[in-house]
Design a protein around this ligand. Structure first.
Ligand code: NAI
Ligand SMILES: O=C(O)C(=O)[C@H](O)COP(=O)(O)O
Length: 375
């Protein structure tokens, strides 16, 4: 690549600081042209008009044949997100397009969101040894287990794709039936068709053997005692929304949702049944978003064979919030992050039975990024 054209989701943090001529190793004759667009407006026509070399997205831009079949220009796709369910990676591989996502970028942000939700709803849990159930023990689930351990809580964890360990220590049924709180940290996956699986012929288990779409449904909800809190900050369709509404009507369970099955639309009826509801902002901290940009920037530099020349450390404002301090002064938690403000903002957007997609997206676009607690 010489002159580089980048189409990027305008919701990616610090785009200009990371993606410019100097930071991408361009000489004065070669330029970097970056066009920023709302993620949902990145479509095949836009790519036909702009012929970008690089596409930088977040979670709201589906990437696959529908977007790229008629495009020959894109050579690199970077998603500044942990989740990849919006990207058809097999298609990109077949087209020889390099793909990178930002694995782990907001693992502390999401784990801290979950702890804040629990301690806001049940403040005595600071002092009690409760059992926290964690489904999915990758970057976020294991980080949450680390904080839980620090608070002296028990962890019951389930992850069939990882070896047994001190936190991967239970069956799905045990986690659901024996925990005070269950938190979901799985990717959104579907069962692969038998044909595709045969073509892969890997032999080993992969995530398609344990699909997570509707993992939480009438049957699995029935395993959970009524007093068990349920938190979903993974992906909306991991929970069957209608089954959840029926469950809450029966049990009056406390449920916290950051993600929704029909996102960006949210039903006002469901909203009215939730203990806390937020507009998919669990990962929205200064650190989480900058780390996302840093990771895809580093990956693009590797593809271009240039040495990275920008670092998020140079862009981070001072942070004085320490986990060690917060842990001994739990009352400071809510002044640090008032999750109920985010909840109120979402509820205030409900009109005629629903929060409209445009309003949900606007809350996210205008979100005042939080800070992570420093460990
Ligand atoms: N609400 C938000 O703002 C954010 C949401 N996310 C979501 O959180 C998800 C998890 O993130 P990470 O922990 O970083 O991903 P990760 O890939 O590090 O870990 C996911 C874990 O889930 C496990 N898993 C897969 N299928 C499973 C099943 N059926 N049952 C139990 N475990 C299963 C995998 O083995 C893996 O260890 C992401 O895929 C993304 O969708 C991520 C960041 C921010
Ligand atoms: O990283 C992920 O995965 C997430 O869910 C993101 O935090 C979601 O943010 P957007 O990509 O929708 O801005």
């Amino acid at each position: 690549m010489k002159n580089i054209t980048i189409v990027a989701d305008s919701n990616i943090a610090s785009l200009d600081e990371f993606f410019n001529g100097a930071t991408l190793g361009q000489t004065s004759e070669h330029s970097v042209n970056i066009v920023t667009v709302a993620g949902r407006d990145i479509n095949a026509q836009l790519l036909a008009d702009l012929q970008p070399d690089v596409l930088l997205i977040r979670s709201v831009t589906p990437v696959g044949a529908a977007l790229l079949a008629d495009n020959e220009s894109v050579q690199f796709v970077g998603s500044a997100t942990i989740g990849t369910d919006h990207v058809d990676q097999d298609y990109l591989t077949a087209r020889n397009i390099t793909f990178a996502n930002a694995a782990g970028c907001s693992k502390h942000s999401v784990a801290q969101y979950v702890l804040t939700a629990i301690l806001t709803l049940r403040p005595p849990y600071w002092q009690q040894s409760i059992t926290l159930g964690i489904i999915g023990l990758g970057n976020i689930g294991s980080t949450l287990a680390y904080y839980a351990n620090d608070l002296g809580w028990q962890v019951l964890g389930y992850d069939p794709l990882l070896p047994a360990s001190n936190i991967n220590n239970a069956s799905l049924e045990q986690v659901l039936s024996k925990s005070d709180v269950v938190s979901l940290h799985v990717p959104l996956t579907d069962k692969k068709s038998t044909d595709n699986k045969r073509a892969d012929a890997k032999g080993a288990s992969d995530s398609n053997d344990y699909p997570t779409r509707h993992l939480i449904n009438a049957k699995t909800l029935a395993m959970m005692p009524a007093q068990t809190m349920l938190i979903n900050s993974a992906r909306g369709p991991v929970i069957h929304a209608n089954d959840l509404e029926a469950d809450i009507a029966r049990t009056e369970r406390q449920v916290v949702l950051d993600v929704f099955e029909h996102e960006p639309q949210v039903s006002e009826h469901l909203l009215s049944k939730l203990a806390i509801a937020t507009p998919h902002i669990a990962g929205y901290t200064v650190e989480g978003k900058l780390r996302g940009t840093q990771i895809i920037y580093d990956a693009l530099c590797e593809t271009l064979a240039v040495t990275p020349a920008q670092s998020m450390q140079a862009l981070l404002p001072l942070n004085t919030f320490l986990w060690t301090e917060l842990k001994t002064h739990p009352e400071r938690l809510v002044t640090f992050y008032d999750i109920q403000q985010d909840d109120a903002a979402l509820r205030s957007k409900a009109v005629d039975g629903q929060v409209r997609g445009a309003d949900f997206d606007k809350l996210r676009r205008d979100y005042r990024l939080r800070r992570e607690w420093q460990r």
